[in-house]
Design a protein around this ligand. Structure first.
Ligand code: FES
Length: 296
């Protein structure tokens, strides 16, 4: 007989203290993970510092599933919504004991997905948390599988969906949707990045006339500095189409975006010369002070 506790409190009472601890930690952490993204105004916003598309692009460079990731770039916002909903749903379902084994497997799958994308290159591996969460979800799944069903092995997993089950799944979806709406309504305060006055970029002698220099702007964006006979100027390299990072092609004298082919002319205020970008790249204020080039 599969075990189906009649209420949420009965499900908690039926578990050992160690299992309760594991379940509570996983459920709360997954809800927190969803909230962290839902209340982040930049997560679904191309151009935001934490935009999901920019994260996908960055992860794709070193991930073993990089080619798959870059193909999903065009659906970044949809992927972001699904990630937020998935994290809320897994967390809420775990705490409410709704389809608990499926939720545990979903939590395991999300952890593996995050490991393959976000923390695959973290060395040593124990500095990245995703492998630890994957193991915790798997352990919780095995506890449910072996401890509650009274039978062993994957064959014991059942999908009993009766009227009460459908209502509980609906409740999980509703609560998850409500959390998403609340996160959108109450975006967390993104602290303005304190901009240091006249942040030094590089020594003037390191950038010859006609040369360029890559740096990170005070706002954290990738940026490129140009030095010409008449002075210096710089641009934020975040593409104004959907947030990929553009690169300078010296032979063409253009800043080009590999995602959808936008091109910008750095000698004409980075105006768009090709592709779908709606506006020029953002200009970054720089100037020469003494022997240094600084961001002002
Ligand atoms: S992100 Fe689409 S052209 Fe750059």
């Amino acid at each position: 007989m599969a075990f189906h506790p009649k209420s949420i409190s009965a499900s908690w009472r039926s578990q050992s203290p160690a299992t309760r601890l594991l379940r509570a930690w996983l459920g709360i952490t997954w809800i927190y993970g969803g909230w962290d993204k839902a209340s982040d105004p930049g997560f679904l916003n191309p151009g935001g510092a934490t935009y999901i598309g920019a994260q996908i692009e960055a992860f794709s460079k070193n991930s073993p599933i990089g080619s798959f990731l870059i193909q999903s770039y065009d659906y970044a916002v949809l992927l972001g919504w699904l990630t937020i909903f998935g994290e809320f749903a897994v967390g809420v379902a775990t705490l409410m004991f709704v389809v608990p084994r499926i939720s545990a497997l979903a939590g395991f799958s999300i952890s593996i997905g995050l490991w393959l994308t976000a923390t695959f290159n973290v060395r040593p591996y124990f500095y990245g948390s995703d492998t630890a969460y994957a193991v915790m979800w798997l352990a919780y799944f095995l506890i449910l599988q072996n401890g509650l069903s009274g039978r062993r092995g994957l064959g014991a997993m059942r999908f009993d969906i009766n009227r009460r089950g459908v209502m509980r799944i609906g409740a999980v979806a509703g609560i998850s949707g409500a959390f998403m709406g609340l996160g959108h309504l109450f975006p967390r305060n993104v602290l303005p990045i304190a901009k240091a006055a006249n942040k030094r970029i590089v020594a003037l002698s390191k950038v010859p006339v006609g040369g360029t220099f890559n740096f990170t702007s005070a706002s954290g964006a990738p940026a490129l500095l140009f030095r010409t006979k008449t002075g210096v100027f710089a641009y934020n390299l975040t593409c104004t189409h959907q947030g990929c990072t553009v690169e300078y092609a010296p032979s063409l004298k253009q800043l080009r975006c590999a995602c959808h082919g936008a091109a910008f002319d750095p000698m004409k205020s980075a105006k768009v010369v090709a592709g779908p970008a709606p506006r020029p790249l953002e200009k970054i204020k720089v100037k020469i002070i003494g022997k240094n080039i600084v961001e002002i």
